[in-house]
Design a protein around this ligand. Sequence first.
Ligand code: SIN
Length: 513
Amino acid sequence: MSEILDRLAGCVAIVGSGLAGLMAALTLAPQQVVLITRSELGAETSSAWAQGGIAASLGPDDSPDLHLADTLAAGDGLCDADVAASIVREGPAAIEALQRHGVRFDRASDGSLSLGLEAAHCRRRIVHVEGDGSGAAIVRALVEAVLKTPSITVLSGVEVRRLLMDGDKVCGLLCATGSGAMTLPTARVVLATGGLGGLYDATTNPVGNYGQGIVLAARVGAMLADMEFVQFHPTALDTVRRPLALVSEAVRGEGAILVNEKGDRFLASEPGAELAPRDVVARAISAEIARGGGVFLDTRKMFGAGFANRFPVVNGLCREAGLDPASDLIPVRPAVHYHMGGVATDAFGRSSVAGLWVVGEAASTGLHGANRLASNSLLEAAVMGMRAGHDVAGTSMERPRQISGTSLPSPADISPVQPIVSRHLGVLRNAGAIHGAIASLLPLVESDGAASDPALVGLLIAVFAALRQESRGAHARTDFPLRFAYAERRKMCLNKVLQIARSTASHPLARSA
Ligand code: SIN
């Protein structure tokens, strides 16, 4: 290992092997990079679990402007319109780049790309690979491309626990390996560590993902943005399995309906019905469940026995749960699926910390605003992975000074954090619950124990949620049900968040929660 480390010292380090990290590594070739991943390359990533595909305006009736309009409408007033415009415009080029790396998108009988429909899109513009197995197929092709690229060294089974700093610049990574601590000197780090669903009991994300990239960046002072916006996918398969299996929105896009236990189509009068924005559908389902009812997807009439062919992955997940979508109703519930907030970056993935780029779900570019449009996440991951790759390639390699004496934090323990975050920071929020979360999470953060890192991410969500005294997008407050006429994205660094948390934790509302 020490020989490898010597060779890699000073190279660009990419942390995470979902779509964004893989694209960054491939874009940087032939520049030497080290790609660090906690498990096997591409495994345990939300990208590989994606059933939806990639949104791009490719149809003859579509345009980047229409895609942008849908993105801004879903984002509920909080998108950065310039960033969003530039990312959706690059959609078609990103699809071409993925094809060059070996991704084979599904095609119609005339040879053109098949375009699917998902909620809140006004046109069919979702490209898939192997139907609802899109994420797995895309990641598989890119992993193959990475393994064939000699300039990329993969370190798997390595977890980055801290960024090392030389003054205000990144100078290395402190990592845990199977054989102890390891430091990797580098002045250029790209974080592509994914989301934070593991903080919640009900999630469709890999359960080990609790926002590691946010922790790494926050602890060295990076600006964070939009942390309160956690997206609940309305239709996770409601079983005891953890993480919950997803029933793709494409199923509703192709005509499946939602009914309650009485057989009522409770979304029928909502604009867009089952294809209303995700937050609207998630709240309607939560309300049905909260009144003691159940919610089901009915795919029987629309697909019958054809379901298995059209949605092989969802069909397999239902079969595992003892259900046959051709003849059974599919029980569903909302579950955390995506985090719109994260480390604030510019349009090239640069964070506010010198030498630190952040891409994919760990970042907050402003594309998603208060609520992500379906299938814009893989789009963003591909575009921003490439952009950060190009941007980093334009910087020069410097061998940073060796840092010693930093001790390795212990492995994270999510268990004390998950019940607090799940209970207080869910689909519906109010001041009592949010303040209660702050009061419970702050001591865990300050204890510096094994729960400190996941608690820090929960605390960031809670403090941002406390400050947003309105309902907007995925952030719904029962005590502030209205939306301000005007609102801005909020950006803060950890010191400021801790200051607010300390004063909030002593508030009577927090003590009584
Ligand atoms: C889905 O297939 O419903 C998920 C798509 C997405 O989250 O973008």
